[in-house]
Design a protein around this ligand. Structure first.
Ligand SMILES: [Ca+2]
Length: 437
């Protein structure tokens, strides 16, 4: 809806794969946006008020029962840029789904803010929901050692330091089990203003073009604390070696994960975590920065986007278990209404062990299966995983330390059946994985 539009209803549309915004409200007011599915666009829903029609701010919208779903980390689910920034006057928002299935941090608004931040800004959307499922866009195939001098903070602070504009930062080791045992507490003495404050790591080497994964657990005093994560040169011009990634900590613990691709090689890189004094203190734990080899996900392995362009209900059979944006389950088929779309999210299916020894408590999940190359396997920690061909030859072996998804890349192997053998607590389990290239 462009300049000075008013009195329009946008109802029951399906919009997908646009290079710009799926639904765009530009200097318009009194618009109802309801029952739409906006998926896989560069921006799913955008509100903009600018100098083209400065006297026509975004007002009296009714935005309800829409699904705004991104299928790539760079896509924006919700964007609002307005001249007056009077978010509370945008109108009524309720029962929407803001889905970022490939962003586990659930940063739905301008890719920096959570749904809770949006609710706080607008007073709306309190009934709205996030993605019913999350998937790894960056599938980690292997990870090198932690480049940071401390990870667990269980015995001290290692070699971290802090900075602030007014030399009042206060970095202390907190052993009060704020996260997991000891943690790093970044605060300040006598807050001076809204000046920045930062946590600085040790220096390490990085390689141009390589990917790196940053993981941390965080909790903050503020309901929504903005943290800019910056990979930069330690000293000199302090130039950045990758675009900064902003994450949000809150009063409830969050597990945060970000990926960076180094733009150049350096032996003096470091990480800074920058925040505002007014958002502090913040506690950080389980911090790691690792060089990783990755594959990127094909969204179509996890998400099924269907559109029915006919006047009759269409029935689509399903080869896997799915849920829709509202957590409704679909196992064998889904019916799509005339001229309507639906977005389904795959639910990893349990593969019955070939030895018939499945224990309900330790079921292992694998998806996609069949796979065209990379598959993700959910296994408990301390597990050795072997991939064997049908002749029993080991084509890959991995050791999982943590209880986190393990990704295997079989794109260099031939199509066919592979056996996934996992050994955990002296129990050997076998699963079948089909590779279809
Ligand atoms: Ca700890």
């Amino acid at each position: 809806m462009d300049d000075k539009s008013s009195g329009v209803t946008i109802d029951s549309n399906t919009i997908g794969y646009c290079r710009g915004a799926g639904i765009y409200i530009h200097n318009a007011s009194n618009v109802a946006v309801r029952n739409n599915l906006s998926y896989g666009n560069r921006i799913q829903f955008e509100l903009r008020h600018d100098d083209i029609a400065p006297d026509n701010p975004i007002r009296n919208l009714t935005v309800s029962n829409n699904v705004f779903a991104s299928n790539h980390p760079i896509q924006v689910t919700l964007r609002a840029n307005t001249k007056d920034n009077i978010f509370t006057s945008f109108g009524t928002f309720l029962n929407n789904v803001y889905a970022t299935p490939f962003d586990k941090n659930d940063q739905i608004y301008n890719n920096q803010y959570t749904l809770a931040d949006w609710v706080a800004k607008t007073g709306q959307d309190g009934s709205s929901k996030l993605s019913p499922r999350h998937y790894n866009y960056y599938q980690v195939l292997s990870a090198d050692a932690n480049l940071l001098c401390e990870s667990t903070f269980n015995t001290g602070m290692g070699c971290y330091s802090c900075w602030s504009n007014d030399n009042n930062c206060n970095l202390t080791w907190d052993n009060a089990n704020k996260l997991n045992g000891g943690s790093a507490r970044l605060g300040f003495n006598n807050p001076t203003s809204n000046n920045g404050i930062g946590l600085i790591t040790n220096t390490f080497s990085i390689t141009a073009g390589s990917y790196y994964r940053l993981k941390l657990s965080a909790i903050s005093n503020a309901a929504s604390a903005s943290i800019d994560q910056t990979l930069l040169k330690s000293g000199g011009d302090y130039r950045r070696f990758a675009p900064a990634v902003t994450i949000r900590a809150s009063t409830t613990r969050r597990e945060l994960e970000s990926f960076f691709q180094a733009t150049e090689s350096a032996t003096d890189a470091r990480f800074d975590f920058n925040m505002k004094q007014t958002d502090g203190p913040i506690w950080v734990d389980n911090l790691s920065f690792q060089k990783v080899t990755i594959a990127t996900a094909n969204p179509n392995d996890s998400l099924l986007f269907l559109y029915n362009p006919t006047k009759a209900i269409q029935t689509q059979s399903l080869s896997a278990s799915y849920v829709d944006s509202y957590q409704n389950a679909y196992n064998n088929q889904v019916q799509v209404k005339p001229f309507s779309g639906i977005l389904l999210y795959i639910v990893p299916t349990v593969i019955t062990g070939l030895n018939g020894n499945n224990n309900q408590n330790t079921q292992q999940l694998i998806y996609p299966n069949p796979t065209s190359g990379v598959a993700t396997i959910m296994i408990p920690g301390n597990t050795t995983l072997k991939v064997k061909d049908v002749f029993g030859n080991v084509v890959m072996e991995k050791k999982a330390i943590d209880s986190e998804p393990v990704n295997i890349d079989l794109s260099g192997q031939g199509s066919g059946i592979y056996i996934i053998e996992t050994i955990s607590n002296n129990e050997t389990r076998l699963q079948k994985l089909i590779l279809q290239k």
